[in-house]
Design a protein. Structure first.
Length: 63
């Protein structure tokens, strides 16, 4: 049971992550170029904010 939920979540992440490069490869390329100009701390902070937002959403949905 748990593995199916984990694999379902992973599959949804892959679908969502693949949408932007599929829909607009040019904008995706520009976004990646912009990310390469950010410092490691900025990228780390963005990752932390995204993880916290995901945990809060998970808490409210599954809570």
């Amino acid at each position: 049971m748990y593995w199916t939920e984990i694999l379902t979540a992973l599959a949804l992440v892959m679908v969502i992550e693949g949408m932007l490069p599929f829909i607009s490869p040019t904008k995706y390329r520009q976004m990646v170029a912009e990310i390469t100009r950010l410092s490691d701390n900025n990228i780390r902070n963005i990752g932390l904010v995204v993880m916290i937002a995901g945990l809060l959403l998970l808490f409210f949905v599954r809570g």
